[in-house]
Design a protein around this ligand. Structure first.
Ligand code: ZN
Length: 206
């Protein structure tokens, strides 16, 4: 906790004054161009790796950067997606997976999650990812089983994303493009994946 308090003090002293005009503008303006959907993993910091300023990224972070397919009923992820796309009007969505992802490792290696029912339930949203990752074409791209699953999971979540009505509408209208990224922690690099075939408007613009 002390580290957080020290950080807040440094922010007030060293960072805030230099960006005071930006924060004054942002106090009454919220117009991010990008919805960034990443993993909750502490090592993947969206603003840092994209060098974005406050106000530029609308961020959703979930375990394994999973995006549940749209279903009727309240859902925090769905609400955030709808807000970003339909209300804020973002023009770009990035789904970003990453190397050494704990969620993907648990899936790829078949970890026993019987003592972690919430995690086990949540990871069911990666069922399609797992099915894709065992296909020969998935591992042919290089890397081990976890790497293949990380990649296929991003593709599967892009497909799930397109089931959300706000996203489907914006894709059909050509006002939105979706992108799949895989961030490598050790190398600081990002591999951009092909857009999914289920989002034709995004494919054309990618
Ligand atoms: Zn992760």
């Amino acid at each position: 906790m002390q580290a957080l308090a020290d950080g807040l003090a440094r922010f007030r002293r060293d960072v805030f004054p230099a960006k005071e005009d930006l924060f004054a503008h942002l106090a009454t303006s919220h117009t991010p161009a990008t919805l960034f959907i990443g993993c909750s993993d502490a090592r993947v910091v969206p603003e840092l790796i994209t060098q974005s300023e406050p106000g530029e990224l609308f961020v959703i972070r979930t375990a394994g950067n999973l995006v549940p397919a749209h279903t009727p009923g309240a859902d925090g992820v769905a609400a955030s997606i709808e807000y970003a796309v339909a209300v804020l009007g973002v023009s770009t969505i990035v789904v970003c997976g990453h190397s050494a992802c704990g969620a993907m490792t648990a899936l790829a290696e078949g970890h026993d999650l019987s003592d972690a029912p919430a995690i086990a339930g949540w990871l069911r949203h990666a069922a399609a990812s797992r099915a894709r990752a065992v296909a020969p074409a998935a591992t042919a791209a290089g890397g081990d089983q976890v790497t293949a699953l990380v990649r296929e999971n991003v593709r599967a979540q892009l497909t799930n994303l397109a089931t959300h009505p706000s996203v489907a509408r914006a894709l059909a209208e050509g006002t939105l493009t979706v992108h799949g990224w895989v961030y490598d922690i050790a190398g600081g690099t990002v591999e951009e994946l092909d857009a999914p075939t289920t989002a034709p408007a995004a494919t054309a613009a990618a």
